[in-house]
Design a protein around this ligand. Structure first.
Ligand SMILES: *[C@@H]1O[C@H](CO)[C@@H](O)[C@H](O)[C@H]1NC(C)=O
Ligand SMILES: *[C@@H]1O[C@H](CO)[C@@H](O)[C@H](O)[C@H]1NC(C)=O
Ligand SMILES: *[C@@H]1O[C@H](CO)[C@@H](O)[C@H](O)[C@H]1NC(C)=O
Ligand SMILES: *[C@@H]1O[C@H](CO)[C@@H](O)[C@H](O)[C@H]1NC(C)=O
Ligand SMILES: *[C@@H]1O[C@H](CO)[C@@H](O)[C@H](O)[C@H]1NC(C)=O
Ligand SMILES: *[C@@H]1O[C@H](CO)[C@@H](O)[C@H](O)[C@H]1NC(C)=O
Length: 435
């Protein structure tokens, strides 16, 4: 009891000290707002996991230039690119970017020109275009070598994915990687924030979830707490300033009978959006939105455009109130009181996508602006890159074709004027609100 009381005081003193001393050019938080050099900082951002995978510096510059011209202020990219030892020969041949090679339970870092030096270039170039980066430490999914590699090599292909969040050897290995990245960029104002994991869930592509990761176990919340404390406290002396967030999809854990079997509200995914925001070293909240591909009972029988649109509008509103003000919808009183005491924090809709973009994006973007939070569509489309057809695959079938950055069906290119304009207009509004 005494211990937690003391540490609570320490933490609040430290966070006040951090806000007061934050260096010029570092983004920080003030209540529900981001703040940059004493002014509110609201933005339209972009997702571009492939930026550090580009081979030429001129393509990196060109991408940031196109982003700047679109009014983009914050870009989210992967701070991980891991391969299995068996993939090394192919990676060398095709010039694939890789930062970690797994050939035993002890991965090896690649800080050479085909490794972290490419991320260095991205971090450095971002600043030249007045853009800041959210850098993610690992992936829940298999893409670009995420948590499944830790599971395969350290836990020897365990029965369930959630071992990732609890196995001490895996946690130590993840923290060794986090330390590598944080140490490298701790002084850079070009880092907007660190992100613990892309879309943490109890299950992954390879492994199912287990009984230790079910509604109520708060396995992922505890992991977020442990890792955000690690980043902040371990680096307190040298890097107290960068913000930290989860990277989660924002699923809720509500005790709402009407939503009792809805994956996005019943805690099955493993996240507990409301509770995560009460963690002292999670500086702001993020959520994602893909109603077409997420299991949702609300959409199972009706997938007309207007239903998808309406589902998204509710999802945005539900997150923008930060906490559900109807506490009877929350799991229990203890939980509700934690949420009630939580400091309100800034919010970003940091990934979203839909097929019928021209019909749906205007109202989603408007709702986010009306509820005063920043947005980052998935994903930015760059044109005119020099890397072109016939070159290497980036990985997992993504490719730069005819100078266009990878397209998973959701890329937004400038030649798609209607969609492009929705975001450039919103960016102008956000910039005008950042004064
Ligand atoms: C690989 O990429 C580097 C830039 O990181 C470039 O200098 C080199 O020419 C490329 N090699 C091949 C074979 O494409
Ligand atoms: C990587 O190697 C491990 C160990 O051989 C294997 O279990 C796993 O399936 C491989 N993963 C990928 C993504 O290639
Ligand atoms: C929250 O989401 C639920 C389920 O989609 C919806 O019924 C409710 O109206 C939403 N609440 C708000 C305030 O949007
Ligand atoms: C809160 O939600 C519960 C369960 O859905 C409902 O019975 C109650 O009327 C709601 N209270 C308010 C104030 O909306
Ligand atoms: C997109 O939505 C609009 C408005 O509901 C509809 O008229 C149009 O047919 C939809 N397009 C596609 C490709 O589904
Ligand atoms: C826009 O560019 C993309 C990528 O090169 C291409 O696939 C698409 O056909 C272009 N669309 C138009 C309308 O020109």
């Amino acid at each position: 009891m005494l211990l937690s009381f003391t540490s609570a005081i320490c933490l609040s003193v430290l966070s006040v000290a951090r806000a007061a001393a934050v260096p010029k050019g570092f983004v920080t938080t003030k209540g529900t707002e981001f703040e940059l050099d004493g002014k509110p900082f609201r933005f339209v951002g972009a997702n571009s996991y492939w930026l550090p995978l580009l081979i030429t510096d001129s393509d990196v510059h060109s991408t940031f230039e196109q982003m700047r011209d679109a009014g983009v202020k914050v870009v989210r990219t992967w701070g991980f690119n891991a391969i299995n030892g068996t993939e090394l020969a192919g990676a060398l041949e095709s010039n694939l970017t890789y930062y970690q090679v797994w050939d035993s339970s002890d991965w090896i870092v690649n800080d050479g020109p085909q490794g972290l030096q490419r991320l260095d270039k991205v971090v450095e170039t971002a600043g030249q275009y007045d853009i800041k980066l959210i850098v993610t430490f690992t992936n829940n999914w298999v893409g670009y070598g995420g948590s499944d590699l830790y599971l395969a090599w350290i836990a020897g292909n365990p029965a369930t994915h959630d071992i990732f969040f609890t196995d001490p050897k895996i946690v130590a290995s993840y923290q060794r990687y986090v330390t590598t990245i944080v140490e490298r960029y701790k002084n850079s104002p070009n880092i907007f924030a660190w992100e613990l994991m892309n879309e943490a869930r109890c299950l992954s592509d390879t492994y199912p979830s287990g009984p230790a990761c079910v509604p109520g176990t708060e396995t992922i919340t505890k992991w977020y707490e442990q890792q955000s404390d690690f980043v902040r406290n371990k680096h307190f002396v040298s890097d107290p300033f960068h913000m930290i967030t989860t990277g989660g999809e924002g699923q809720f854990f509500w005790n709402d009978p009407g939503l009792a079997s809805d994956y996005n509200f019943d805690g099955q995914a493993g996240e507990d959006f409301n509770r995560e925001q009460s963690l002292s070293n999670i500086d702001f909240a993020v959520y994602h939105m893909y109603p077409e591909s997420w299991e949702s009972q609300l959409l199972s029988s009706a997938t007309a455009t207007q239903d998808i649109e309406a589902w998204g509008l509710d999802w945005i509103t539900n997150h923008s109130i930060g906490v559900n003000s109807n506490f009877s919808l929350l799991k229990d009183i203890a939980h509700a009181s934690i949420v009630a005491k939580q400091a309100k924090k800034p919010l970003i809709l940091e990934e979203f996508g839909v097929t019928n973009k021209s019909a749906i994006y205007p109202s989603w973007v408007q709702r986010a602006l009306d509820t005063e939070h920043s947005i980052m569509p998935w994903q930015f489309g760059a044109l005119g890159l020099t890397e072109d057809g016939g070159n290497r695959l980036i990985k997992y079938a993504d490719q730069v074709l005819d100078g266009a950055s990878p397209n998973d069906g959701l890329a937004i290119y400038k030649n798609n004027t209607d969609i492009w304009d929705i975001f450039t207009k919103a960016a102008k509004i956000q910039i005008s609100r950042s004064k």
